[in-house]
Each structure stands twice: as structure tokens, then as C-alpha cells.
Design a protein around this ligand. Structure first.
Ligand code: PLP
Length: 376
């Protein structure tokens, strides 16, 4: 089956008794044992397993092409679980433009518990090689990255990690497996915030890790999920599984709208620069063309002027919503520097956009009006 079919079908067999096509939400925390002590339904207690979570995990594993997926209640819980599988004294090499919360977790919580991280420019393979140490156990990458939508080389980074005896994990939240399949390119783990494109409607948080092969890391992740109690609720798992059914259709439109909006902004006199790998002169264009099947729904642009002009553009949009996050049906715009605070890497005149599913002409008109009003 192709990926579009897997997104619709995997883990969605009609319900046993009713033959319902859409799955029920199983709220029961406990499941009946047989007279012989077995669990004929396959579940015993909902922290250890639940039908909605099982359906979601089966679909996520199928989409990324791994044998198993481990679902968590948020993207950060998934990241927390991966790093928690390390031991004090282990060293991490991480992208310096990884998701802001990933950096916060590594610098704060884990650095204080004996897991040290070297932050590197993941687009610079020599810098990645130079950061590897004999005690490096994990290489953490994210591509495309935030907020400059930079592209780093998944296959090459996987090779460097393998040569150094470390496992490699790619945060694939922005691309989704529709556009990019890191396990096929040599990554050991793929992590997602399912809050974004997988849920797809800005109404459920979640996270997942998919492994390339069974073994120690998978067992550690299962242990953290079940024994640590990091489990998504049945309703959250159900919503996320439902989101996956339309993922392929949504991604196609996110990408088409983003490409057209990037070209529009690129030609706009009030825009200094557009960051989008689909543009031919973008530094990530060639690499993205090799490892991605399309360029994604996220873009950023630098407004002519500074912080005040960027704020004014965001203040003047009427259709696009001013909010953080990404991957939903609504287009969102955000002044990233003020969200991230003093340690941000975002330029003050940069606005980030999650391009949604509105009509492209409405999005263009909205931005044109806002840019003209703001920078007159
Ligand atoms: C949102 C996001 C996360 C964190 O996920 P949550 O679901 O908010 O915990 C991690 N990585 C990327 C790339 C994200 O966009």
C-alpha cells in the first residue's frame, strides 16, 4: 500500500461488534480477563495499552516505515523520552536551531543531570563531525528548521552518527512522512509533535517516536511511556488518528499555497527576504529537492524595516491569525523573536507563517494589505 492509503487504512479495521467504520473511543481504564487469566481483548490496563493508542501507533509506524511507534501526550514528552533513554555522562550533539523547547530541555533539565549537549550548525557537516566525542550517544537534528527554514542533510548526519557509535534522531514535525522519510535515509529514530500536521486542526497535543528497528532504544521508550505514565488520552489518540486520514490531501494544499505565497512575497517591495526552500535561490533548495518530495507549508519573511514594521504587519492581517504553532487548517503568523525571548536566533524583522488551507488569493490579498498599511 502507498502512504496515502496507509494514512487512511492502518489500524482502522471496522469495530468488532458494531462493524462501525469510524472507531469508537475506548474510555475504559481496565479490561476483562478470561477464566484462564489471559486477556482475550489484548489489553489489561489503559496506561499499558488502549485500542485508540494502538490504532494511532500502528498508523504512525506505517507512515514512517518503522516497525513500531511509541505515542506520547505531547511532542516535548516524546523528546523527553528519547533523551531520558540516555545515562548521566552521555553526550548529545544537537542542532543549534532545533525547536526552542528542545534546547530549553537540553540546556536546563538534562545538563543539570549529567547529560551534556554540544549545539552545532547542522547544515555544516564539518562542524557536526568536530562536535562528536567518544561519549556521544545521540545526534539530534531537525529539518526544515525554525525559524529560518534551513535544510540539513539527513543521510550525511546519519552517517556521522553511525561512524561515531551514536544513535541519530530526526524531528520530522515540519516535513511529515509525506514529504520526507528519515528512517529510509539512515536515521535510527524519528520524532514528531503530532500537535502540528498530524492532528492538523489545532485541537489536540501529542507526540511520537518511531524506531527503525526493535531493540534497546524501543524497549527504553516503551518503559518510559508505560512505567513513567507518559500516555496520551484515548480521545487525544482518536483525534490524532482521525487527523491522519486527511494528511496527504492537506499536505498537498499546504505545500501548494506556501510555494505560491513565497513567490508572491519574494516579489513584494515591502519584503526584504523570503526563507522558503522551494525558492530556487534559497540556500536549502538543492538539498531539499533531493531529500524531500515537496517543500512544506512553513515559510518566514523579513519585512523591510525592523521590529516595529514586523509587528505592524502582524497587527494588520485580517484573515491570517496571530498565533504561535503550525500545521493546522488556519494560516498563522508570528513574530518569532518576541515569542522566544532574549536567546532567540530570529531576526527582529522576521515573521514566520504556517500557511493554511484558505484560498491562496485571500492569503495574498491579506498580506498585501497588511504589508502596504504597515510599511507605508
Ligand atoms: C511544536 C514542536 C515541538 C514540540 O511539540 P509539542 O507538541 O508542543 O510539545 C517539537 N518540535 C517541533 C519541530 C515543533 O514544531
Amino acid at each position: 500500500m502507498r502512504i496515502e492509503t496507509l494514512a487512511v487504512k492502518t489500524g482502522m479495521d471496522p469495530d468488532g461488534a458494531s462493524r462501525a467504520i469510524a472507531p469508537a473511543i475506548t474510555l475504559s481504564t481496565t479490561f476483562e480477563r478470561g477464566e484462564d487469566g489471559s486477556y482475550p481483548g489484548g489489553f489489561d490496563y489503559s496506561r499499558s495499552g488502549n485500542p485508540n493508542r494502538a490504532s494511532l501507533e500502528a498508523a504512525l509506524a506505517a507512515l514512517e516505515g518503522g516497525p513500531e511507534a511509541v505515542a506520547f501526550p505531547s511532542g516535548m514528552a516524546a523528546t523527553f523520552a528519547v533523551i531520558s533513554s540516555l545515562l548521566p555522562g552521555d553526550h548529545v550533539v544537537a542542532a543549534d536551531d532545533a525547536y526552542y523547547g528542545t534546547g530549553v530541555l537540553l540546556r536546563g533539565h538534562f545538563a543539570g543531570r549529567g547529560i551534556e549537549t554540544s549545539f552545532v550548525d547542522m547544515t555544516d557537516l564539518d562542524a557536526v563531525r568536530a562536535a562528536m566525542r567518544p561519549d556521544t550517544r545521540l545526534v539530534w537534528m531537525e529539518t526544515p528548521s525554525n525559524p529560518l527554514i534551513r535544510i540539513s542533510d539527513i543521510e550525511a548526519v546519519a552517517g556521522i552518527a553511525r561512524d561515531g557509535g551514536a544513535i541519530a534522531c530526526c524531528d520530522n514535525t515540519w516535513a511529515t512522512p509525506l514529504l520526507q522519510r528519515p528512517l529510509d535515509l539512515g536515521m535510527d529514530l524519528v520524532m514528531h509533535s503530532t500537535t502540528k500536521y498530524f492532528g492538523g486542526h489545532s485541537d489536540v497535543t501529542g507526540g511520537v517516536v518511531i524506531v527503525r528497528e526493535p531493540g534497546g532504544t524501543l524497549e527504553a521508550l516503551r518503559g518510559i511511556q508505560k512505567d513513567g505514565g507518559l500516555v496520551p488520552s484515548p480521545f487525544d489518540a482518536w483525534l490524532t488518528r482521525r487527523g491522519l486520514e486527511s494528511l496527504a490531501a492537506r499536505m498537498a494544499m499546504h505545500c501548494a499555497n506556501a510555494m505560491e505565497l513565497a513567490r508572491f512575497l519574494d516579489a513584494h517591495p515591502r519584503v526584504e527576504r523570503v526563507h522558503y526552500p522551494g525558492l530556487e535561490d534559497d540556500p536549502g533548495h538543492a538539498l531539499a529537492g533531493r531529500q524531500m518530495s515537496d517543500f512544506g507549508g512553513m515559510l518566514a519573511f523579513d519585512v523591510v524595516g525592523g521590529r516595529d514594521e514586523a509587528f505592524a504587519v502582524a497587527a494588520n492581517v485580517k484573515i491570517i491569525a496571530r498565533a504561535t504553532s503550525l500545521g493546522g487548517t488556519h494560516s498563522l503568523i508570528e513574530h518569532r523573536a518576541s515569542v522566544e525571548g532574549p536567546t532567540t536566533r530570529a531576526p527582529e524583522n522576521l515573521l514566520r507563517m504556517s500557511v493554511g488551507l484558505e484560498h491562496i488569493d485571500d492569503l495574498k490579498e491579506d498580506l498585501d494589505r497588511a504589508l502596504t498599511a504597515a510599511t507605508r
